[in-house]
Design a protein around this ligand. Structure first.
Ligand code: CP
Length: 302
């Protein structure tokens, strides 16, 4: 294994820290990787990447693993539940341990907010944020931006409505920073107790009817695991007031698309029939996760 000399810029902590040019260059590089006919390259032969997930994941974890393997890297998968974290070892000590074994980069998902920036000051290998608490999920937003750019040609001038649990959503935050840097007009729609006043300083909260009049209607998952009991009255009540029902989808503009980072609560924030509807890009978003993460890993290591 080779030890990489990392500059701070090789970490990917969030889209708030990236400028427009860097975001565009990642999207362009992802387009390059999406066009490649060969599934596997040797670009990162001899490099070791550790996927360190201290929170559950399906899409992010597996698309990082596919991306790393397609780039020819050796992949180490760390699962907190089967590790010494269960004995009380800290996230910092875990990452330091893997670094001391000679990993070249780490992909990390965890609950605490602010810890990743601290780790990035102390850890020498590049760290890539795979989602930290309700702070940022930069690779999700990058694949969302990629999907929008591929659908509409450019992001500048698009109106994007982000609907649902804004307060608990790292996806909403990363998309807000990325979309505004690329010139989109962002609107939020959420019940009062799911609004984030801090984000409201950057984009307006609108009614569900106004939110539907957008080029992109991005639904968010109701994050039941981050809520105290009683946060929503019932799934039926949430669907009635804020869900993307078949009837509401009928009010969208003819060219508009439906997005959702998934996993989806079918019948709560989005009707079952809409998940694979012709307007829906939900599974297309997932497929874009691989080229985006290839571009991000390459940026960290190549
Ligand atoms: N969208 C997303 O982050 O999904 P996972 O939690 O399955 O990775």
């Amino acid at each position: 294994m080779t030890q990489t000399n990392v500059t701070f810029e090789r970490h990917l902590l969030g889209l708030k820290q990236l400028d427009k040019e860097e975001i565009v260059s990642i999207l362009d590089r992802a387009a390059h990787w999406e066009r490649q006919p060969n599934k596997v390259t040797h670009l990162l032969e001899g490099k070791f990447v550790a996927n360190m997930f201290f929170e559950n994941s399906t899409r992010t974890r597996f698309s990082f693993e596919v991306a790393e393997k397609r780039l020819g890297a050796q992949v180490l998968n760390f699962s907190a539940a089967a590790s010494s974290v269960e004995k009380g070892e800290s996230i910092y000590d875990t990452v330091r341990t893997l670094e001391s074994m000679g990993i070249d980069a780490g992909v990390i998902r965890m609950k605490p907010i602010g810890l990743l920036a601290e780790l990035a000051e102390k850890i020498k290998v590049p760290l890539i944020n795979a989602g930290d608490g309700n702070n940022e999920h930069p690779t999700q937003a990058l694949l969302d931006l990629y999907t929008m750019r591929k659908t509409f040609g450019e992001i500048k001038g698009l109106t994007v409505s982000i609907i649902g649990d804004i307060m608990h959503s790292r996806v909403a935050r990363s998309n807000l920073w990325g979309l505004q840097k690329l010139g989109a007009n962002v609107k939020f729609c959420a019940p009062d107790n799911m609004q984030s006043p801090e984000l409201g300083e950057h984009a307006p909260y609108v009614s569900i009817d106004e939110a539907l009049q957008a080029d992109v209607v991005m639904m968010l998952r109701v994050q039941l695991e981050r809520h105290d009991k009683g946060f929503i009255r019932s799934a039926e009540d949430y669907r009635e007031h804020y869900g993307l029902t078949v009837e509401r989808a009928g009010m969208m503009k003819p060219h508009a698309i439906i997005m959702h980072p998934a996993p989806v609560n079918r019948g709560v924030e989005i009707d079952d029939e809409l998940v694979e509807h012709e307007k829906s890009k939900i599974f297309t978003q997932m497929s874009h996760g691989v080229p985006i993460r290839m571009a991000v890993i390459e940026r960290a290591l190549a």
